[in-house]
Design a protein around this ligand. Structure first.
Ligand code: NDP
Length: 487
């Protein structure tokens, strides 16, 4: 190589290396998606670290609870952040008949027994969601939606997946006003009414079967020319006289009267013919997408957005971070599989701690700086009213605003809002009267107040309805919401 060319070539290499170094330095460590942190598990390295959690589990469905069960049973201090859907998708399922060894059982019952089982081994539960993670430095920082911060030595991600939306006109306008993804919550409000279900999988079949008991007519809208639901579910569906299945049909628009769904514009994709379907509600069952938004650019995801795992393990791209259940499983998406994967994640977290030198001596040295989950001691027991007469008696001489939480025991969203509601009741009990209505036993009250989706919170003052909300709120947001009426 001639001298000049060699100098030019060396300069070029220097510029490129310099660019690489600079780029590396500027890179936000939080955004690293590969395992580059240093794990030094000894008392000296952790001497200034507080709110330590040896095993932090994010999510409380079958995957999270199975992981917590194994880690807690191994004697580790485990904290489960219950998240946006405590108990996971099973809590939104009426009857489960393929949970091994149980026969037929109600989803919420399975999950509530499961939680008690895990708690027996000492795992702590926090009724909050993790809304920020920092995997750039170990121990990993987790922040909850109520502002709590913990430092986790290991993390098990079991955040599951969320129902997909149709993304058609009218969906957002009528969300919670006839458009729902929770049949088990809202089916009782559509007795003798015409409704539709969109989707062709097991969830759609299950939704239609759930509705078939009470609704007058159920139209199942399947976009292809066949359903993908299991043969047994399809057979049951065909046996229902009030269920009609439309194939090759897409929902193009959801229409309503401003306060509730009244119909759908549907299109037959073979004939391109449009028609209007008069329904009071549309239940979406078109699949799920993994809840990985929190982890994007922090750990490796696969092409479909699921958490990428090392072969035959629950290990993610970050050391000490494991994932299990639907958040990392595009293929099976079954509660039993999630549970098995959760057990593997729990065992791998135990092995990770042990392999890095976590022993009883270190545990004793760290114990007084452990994060101990706050119990619900601050919550109060909110009176449940069952009849209109009881309601009238409670509010007749009431000067304060009255806030009523309409719920049902098998509604996952309701179970998430309940601790939030009780927390606010404890904080603001002098300024506001808080009441609860279980819609599964008080049909009269649900009908009287025109409840069509739960959870629903209604605010009254002087007998006048001031506000109706079906939104999910954190404790902070709910306190602010209530204060608007009590000021
Ligand atoms: P699936 O992914 O199995 O099915 C989704 C359905 O929605 C498909 O029929 C799909 O159509 C359709 N779809 C997707 N997008 C649209 C859209 N934009 N418009 C119209 N239709 C759409 O999801 P599921 O929630 O039904 O099931 C998930 C997993 O959970 C599965 O493994 C299932 O077996 C399991 N499950 C098991 C149950 C049980 O055992 N009791 C109960 C419920 C679920 P297409 O077919 O054309 O793609």
């Amino acid at each position: 190589m001639p001298g000049k060319t060699r100098v030019f070539f060396i300069a070029l290499v220097c510029i490129f290396v310099g660019f690489l170094i600079l780029h590396h330095k500027n890179k936000n460590p939080e955004c690293s998606s590969s395992g580059s942190v240093t794990v030094t598990l000894d008392a000296a390295a952790l001497k200034d670290v507080h709110n330590i959690v040896p095993v932090a589990v994010i999510g409380s469905g079958p995957a999270g609870l199975s992981a917590a069960l194994y880690a807690a049973r191994a004697g580790l201090h485990v904290v489960v952040f219950k998240g946006g859907m405590p108990g996971g998708q099973l809590t939104g399922t009426s009857f489960v008949e393929n949970w091994p060894g149980v026969g037929v059982a109600r989803g919420p019952d399975i999950m509530s027994r499961f939680e008690q089982h895990v708690a027996q081994f000492g795992a702590r539960f926090v009724a909050e969601s993790i809304e920020h993670v920092d995997f750039g430095r170990w121990p990993y920082l987790l922040k909850t939606d109520e502002g709590k911060e913990v430092r986790a030595l290991t993390v098990i991600i079991a955040t599951g997946s969320s129902p997909l939306k149709l993304k058609v006109e009218g969906e957002d306008t009528y969300w919670g006003k006839g458009v729902s993804t929770c049949t088990v919550c809202d089916a009782p409000f559509y007795k003798n009414r015409p409704v539709a279900v969109v989707g062709g999988g097991d969830s759609a079949a299950e939704s239609a079967l759930e509705l078939a008991d009470g609704a007058r007519h159920i139209t199942v809208l399947v976009r292809g020319d066949a359903m993908r639901a299991s043969a047994v579910m399809q057979k049951r569906l065909r046996a229902c006289r009030n269920v009609e299945i439309h194939f090759n049909t897409q929902v193009r628009r959801i229409t309503g009267d401003g306060s509730h769904v009244t119909g759908l514009d549907i299109e037959n994709t073979k004939t391109q013919k449009h028609e209007t379907l008069a329904v009071d509600a549309l239940f979406l069952a078109i699949g799920h997408s993994p809840n990985t938004a929190l982890f994007k650019d922090r750990i490796a995801l696969d092409r479909q957005g699921y958490i990428a795992l090392a072969t035959r393990s629950q290990m993610t791209s970050m050391p000490g971070v494991f994932a299990a259940g639907d958040v990392a499983d595009a293929r099976y998406r079954q509660a039993g599989v999630a549970s098995g994967d959760g057990i593997k994640a729990g065992l791998e977290a135990i092995a990770f701690l042990r392999d890095n030198g976590f022993d009883s001596a270190l545990e004793s040295a760290l114990e007084d700086r452990y994060f101990t989950a706050e119990t619900q001691a601050a919550a109060v027991k909110v009176p449940v009213i069952k009849t209109l007469a009881e309601y009238n008696a409670k509010i007749s001489a009431e000067k304060r605003p009255v806030i009523i939480d309409f719920y049902a025991p098998w509604c996952p969203g309701c179970m998430r809002m309940m601790p939030v509601f009780e927390y606010a009741a404890a904080q603001l009990k002098n300024d506001v009267l808080f009441l609860k209505v279980d819609t599964s036993v008080s049909e009269e009250l649900a009908k009287h107040f025109d409840i069509k989706n739960i959870p629903a919170v209604l605010v009254f003052k002087g007998g006048k309805l001031l506000s109706k909300s079906t939104e999910m709120m954190t404790k902070r947001q709910f306190i602010d919401y209530v204060k608007r009426f009590s000021a």
